[in-house]
Design a protein around this ligand. Structure first.
Ligand code: FMN
Length: 384
């Protein structure tokens, strides 16, 4: 028995049964209208069966124009509730905590003509949200969270990472507004904190709320994001904070920051009962140990969870685990409950799949395989 298989309590709701959480991963296995389909359920349930105590879904659009991908799950309509209920029931039947990642893609929405953002953006064609529209967008996050609660999910995680709409407001470069929603770091964070308040007002006292943030790239500033994390902790309105780091052990890009692993910059902040997890290149026994030693309450696992649905069990059995790594074959992925829609998507992640060329017209997310970059999606992406 190690800390890895002990439960983690939260300020609200059910505890996480162990310290392994499947990181949110878009898998493009839902219907075009956002209805959850079997393949999405199967992929996640297999990971719950493999010992992931927490399952976070793919990003899911809180508004139709905020969907990042045509076939991601939707949370923007009551019509999504039955599919979401099936997913929540199936995850919870395996004993895992079930969380939906809520997102608004903003300028990265796949519906090019409807893109909105904090400010106008010439590259993507997004237009700045008018001041009088912003309360409606905040209300959409709250309604989406209420739908997830009605469907039986334990909670939601707000996607504030990777340069989507929350990140577009937080950013000092992308957000050039002159009203209350732009300018100072406090003003740029207003959108995130208003969403949190709106969700707390629209959901019950036991509903869990988490926030995911990127502290660098995507127009973010390490020190500003540190201040956001400190405020999230002080206000105690969120139960968990997930730092998306792409490589939790690397040094920050910002030369003003100490030469310490980037995860330490966040894990060292006193956080009381607010839980914190880190993500990025945690895939071996040694990297799991390092993140726990730095004080991470749980580990959010991405690609290792795609390759190895039983990753938690494998690691509990072999604390020195060093699993085989990428690339892998499509048939291997199929055998691990990764459906064809997801496999097709993974062919656009260069270096992932060994035996299939990227589909005609698709643009890779990254110009070369690199774990650390989940680049801004090119605007003219083939099939989408
Ligand atoms: C195929 C794929 C899809 C992803 N989709 C999302 C997503 O929907 N939301 C999100 O916050 N992160 C997403 N990520 C990032 C992962 O959650 C994770 O942070 C990243 O893969 C780094 O962790 P890892 O080294 O364990 O893979 C995605 C990653 C992959 C590989």
């Amino acid at each position: 028995m190690t800390v890895l298989d002990t439960p983690l309590s939260f300020m609200r709701g059910r505890p996480l049964p162990n310290r392994f959480v499947l990181a949110p991963m878009t898998n493009k296995q839902s219907a075009l209208d956002g209805t959850v389909l079997d393949a999405e359920v199967n992929w996640l349930v297999r990971r719950a069966q493999g010992g992931f105590g927490g399952i976070v879904t793919s990003e899911s659009g809180v508004e139709a124009r905020g969907r990042g991908f045509a076939t991601e799950p939707g949370t923007h309509s009551d019509a999504h509730i039955p599919g979401l209920t099936r997913l929540a029931d199936a995850i919870k039947a395996e004993g895992s905590l079930a969380t939906v990642q809520l997102n608004h893609a903003g300028m990265r929405g796949y519906r090019a003509e409807e893109r909105v953002s904090s400010s106008d953006d010439a590259d993507t064609g997004a237009r700045a949200l008018r001041e009088d529209e912003i309360p409606g967008v905040i209300a959409a996050w709250a309604s989406a969270a209420a739908r997830c609660e009605a469907a039986g999910f334990d909670g939601v995680q707000l996607h504030g990472a990777h340069g989507y709409l929350i990140g577009q407001f937080l950013s000092g470069t992308l957000n050039r507004r002159r009203d209350d929603w732009g300018g100072s770091p406090e003003n740029r964070a207003r959108f995130l904190f208003a969403i949190i308040d709106a969700i707390r007002a629209s959901t019950g006292p036991e509903f869990q709320l988490g926030v995911r943030l990127s502290p660098e790239r995507y127009g973010q500033d390490l020190f500003e994001i540190t201040a956001v994390v400190e405020r999230l902790i002080d206000e105690r309105k969120v139960d968990s904070i997930d730092m998306s780091l792409w490589d939790a052990g690397k040094f920050p890009d910002d030369e003003r920051a100490d030469r310490a692993p980037i995860m330490r910059h966040f894990l060292r902040i006193p956080r009381g009962a607010v839980r914190m997890g880190v993500t990025g290149r945690i895939r071996t026994g040694a990297s799991v140990r390092a993140a726990l030693d730095e004080g991470s309450d749980y580990l959010a696992i991405g690609k290792a969870g795609i390759l190895y649905p039983d990753f938690p069990r494998m690691l509990l059995q072999d604390p020195g685990l060093e699993p085989e790594w990428l690339p892998v074959s499509a048939s291997y992925l199929r055998s691990q409950s990764v459906g064809d829609g997801f496999i097709e998507y993974l062919t656009t992640w260069k270096g992932f799949i060994s035996d299939e060329a990227p589909p005609e017209g698709s643009a890779p997310f990254v110009s070369a395989w690199s774990d650390e970059v989940h680049g801004i999606k090119p605007v003219a992406v083939g099939a989408e």
